[in-house]
Design a protein around this ligand. Structure first.
Ligand SMILES: Cc1cc2nc3c(=O)[nH]c(=O)nc-3n(C[C@H](O)[C@H](O)[C@H](O)COP(=O)(O)OP(=O)(O)OC[C@H]3O[C@@H](n4cnc5c(N)ncnc54)[C@H](O)[C@@H]3O)c2cc1C
Length: 348
């Protein structure tokens, strides 16, 4: 197999984070390739909310618009899965699932996360419609309806309060969640939240929509929506193969790649942004992180390019920084002894 293409930046993952980075880099005239396997995390949802100016836009429509914008700045969009990354002397080489390889001086991973759902019969089929997790994404659409909260961990009490804000008809299913404390029982009573003990066996549906849950005891409870707390598992296998540090979220809700505020990982030359690095980032925050990482990568490349230009300039080998060879006085930039550059005036 031969290297077919070399870019300034290879971006793995073409969701909001990766495409925002591609736009920022393209507008700085950096060459980018975006490799995307076509399954953005929110694909099951009907619309994207809390995205100012595009409220309710279907997730795939948003991605399509982002792809058009990235392509308009020269980004090469590759519909494929990245299956392997190797460090090479000039950066990184990425291998695609269907064969083919491409290389980049820098690597940005924006592969998102997988929502690991509770193992309840029929639940996964309603993910993103009747089975929901995020009050900001789709809580408003369930306002005033019969909402169940499926307890599987410590997030359940928080979710009860978030969704109680949106409906007076909230039921907490204790399922496999932790024992409630006296204070929690008191809070639930104060909020008029019904509490149901026992394990939920199945999600029930009517005409293709979620219509309730059935306990192991056989008791059924009609519902319009069921709130769950998935484990947020970063799609971080490629990053891990390069040795990038992965951390558990402090709230125990999952794990993600460790990055600094600009998206730089623990491995030089490798950045990560969006849900792979921040499991609670929504679309706008993921886009913003992609933009930030794109700008930071451009800055990193600028520093490398400037250092190389100075090397060439010192060696008298070429046209450093677009200026003249050393020793020529044509009114462009020249170096000073302290390493700064000054502009000489030159009137023609
Ligand atoms: C059901 C649901 C509804 C949501 N609703 C909202 C909402 O209303 N508003 C909101 O702001 N947020 C919402 N979110 C959150 C939103 O989905 C995320 O914030 C957003 O998708 C994160 O963007 P991202 O670019 O990091 O990842 P993603 O959008 O998941 O994009 C990652 C991309 O990387 C690709 N990929 C992964 N691995 C590889 C690989 N090895 N090679 C090539 N490509 C790869 C995937 O195919 C995918 O296209 C919702 C989430 C869910 C689960």
């Amino acid at each position: 197999m031969q290297d077919s293409s070399r870019y300034d930046v290879v971006i793995i993952g073409g969701g909001p984070a990766g495409l925002s980075a591609a736009v920022a880099l393209g507008r700085s005239l950096r060459t980018t390739a975006v490799i995307d396997s076509g399954s953005p995390r929110n694909a099951p949802a009907a619309g994207v909310h809390n995205f100012l100016s595009r409220d309710g836009v279907p997730p795939l429509e948003l991605v399509a618009a982002g792809r058009t914008e990235a392509a308009s700045y020269g980004s090469v969009l590759i519909d494929a899965e990245a299956v392997d990354i190797e460090k090479d002397p000039e950066g990184f080489t990425v291998t695609l699932g269907g064969g083919g390889r491409l290389s980049g001086r820098r690597l940005l991973v924006t592969t998102g996360l997988t929502d690991e759902l509770p193992d309840v019969q029929g639940l996964a089929a309603h993910w993103g419609s009747g089975v929901i997790h995020c009050p900001y994404c789709h809580g408003y659409e369930a306002r005033g309806r019969a909402i169940g909260v499926l307890a599987t961990g410590p997030m359940a009490m928080h979710q009860v309060q978030m969704f109680r804000q949106l409906s007076s008809e909230v039921t907490l299913f204790l399922h496999t969640g932790p024992e409630l404390t006296d204070d929690e029982w008191e809070l639930l009573a104060a909020l008029s939240v019904r509490v149901v003990s026992g394990k939920v066996e199945a999600v029930e549906e009517t005409d293709g929509s979620l219509s309730g849950v059935r306990l192991e005891s056989g008791d059924g409870f009609p519902l319009d929506a069921l709130v769950v707390a998935p484990r947020f598992a970063a799609r971080s296998a490629l990053l891990e193969s390069l040795g990038v540090r992965i951390t558990e979220h402090p709230m125990g809700i999952g794990y993600s790649a460790e990055v600094d505020p600009q998206g730089r990982t623990s491995v030089p030359g490798v950045w990560a942004a969006g849900n792979v690095a921040d499991p609670v980032a929504q679309v706008m925050a993921s886009s913003a992180a992609g933009l930030m990482a794109g700008a930071a990568i451009n800055g990193d490349l600028l520093a490398e390019d400037a250092a190389a230009a100075v090397e060439r300039h010192r060696a008298g080998a070429g046209q450093a920084l677009g200026g003249a060879p050393a020793g020529h006085d044509n009114g462009t930039t020249t170096g000073t002894p302290d390493g700064t550059a000054e502009l000489e005036s030159h009137a023609h």
